[in-house]
Design a binder for this molecule. Structure first.
Ligand code: HEM
Length: 158
C-alpha cells in the first residue's frame, strides 16, 4: 500500500474523529444541560471527559503530525499563506478547545459533588461561546484542505 496514501487516510480519519466525535459529544452535553436533568448531566459529563481523552486528544496529535508530513511531501512551503492560515486556525481551535476541556472537567466534578446547576451555568455559557468558533474553524480547515488555495503565495519572500 502506498505509504503516502496511508498517511493521508490516517489524516482524513483523524479529521473525521475530531469533527464528528467532537460535534457528537458537544450535542449530547448541550442537550443534557438543557434538560436540567442532573442524572443525565452526570452520565453525560463523565463520558464527554472520557471521550476527549480517548478520541479527541490522539486525533489532534495525529492531525498535526500527519498534516505537517503531507505538507512537506507535497512540497508546500511552510512560508505559504495556505500553511500559515492552516496552522493559525489549528492553533485557534486548540486555544478554544483547551479551556473547553477544563470546563467539562470542572462541571463533571461539580456534579459529582451534587452542586446545584446554578453553580455551573456561567461555565456552560463559556463552553458554548468557545465551541462555536472552534467548530467554525474546523469547517474552514476542511475547505482549506479540499480547495488548497494560496499554496503558492509566499508570505516572507527571500
Ligand atoms: C482540524 C484540522 C484538519 C482537518 C479537518 C483536515 C482535513 C483534511 C482533509 C479532509 C484532507 C483531504 C483533502 C482532499 O483529499 O482533497 C486533508 C488533506 C491535507 N491536509 Fe489536512 N486537515 C486538518 C489539519 C491539517 C494540518 C494542521 C495540516 C498541516 C500542518 C494539514 C495538511 C494537509 C495536507 C498537506 C493535505 C493534502 C494531502 C493530499 O491531498 O495528498 N491538515 N486534510
Amino acid at each position: 500500500m502506498d505509504f503516502y496514501l496511508g498517511v493521508k487516510l490516517l489524516h482524513i480519519l483523524s479529521a473525521t474523529l475530531l469533527f464528528g466525535t467532537g460535534l457528537g459529544t458537544a450535542f449530547f452535553m448541550y442537550r443534557a444541560y438543557r434538560s436540567e436533568n442532573v442524572e443525565a448531566m452526570k452520565v453525560t459529563t463523565e463520558n464527554v471527559v472520557l471521550a476527549d481523552w480517548v478520541f479527541t486528544t490522539p486525533a489532534i496529535v495525529v492531525q498535526i503530525l500527519s498534516g505537517v508530513w503531507l505538507t512537506q511531501r507535497l512540497g508546500i512551503s511552510y512560508n505559504s499563506v495556505w500553511f500559515v492560515t492552516v496552522i493559525g486556525l489549528f492553533c485557534l481551535v486548540g486555544a478554544c478547545w483547551t479551556p473547553v476541556v477544563w470546563i467539562q472537567i470542572k462541571v463533571r466534578n461539580l456534579i459529582r459533588q451534587n452542586r446545584p446547576i446554578n453553580e455551573y451555568k456561567s461555565l456552560m455559557s463559556a463552553w458554548i461561546a468557545l465551541g462555536i468558533p472552534a467548530f467554525l474553524s474546523v469547517l474552514v480547515l476542511f475547505v482549506l484542505m479540499v480547495y488548497r488555495p494560496w499554496t503558492q503565495s509566499i508570505i516572507f519572500a527571500n
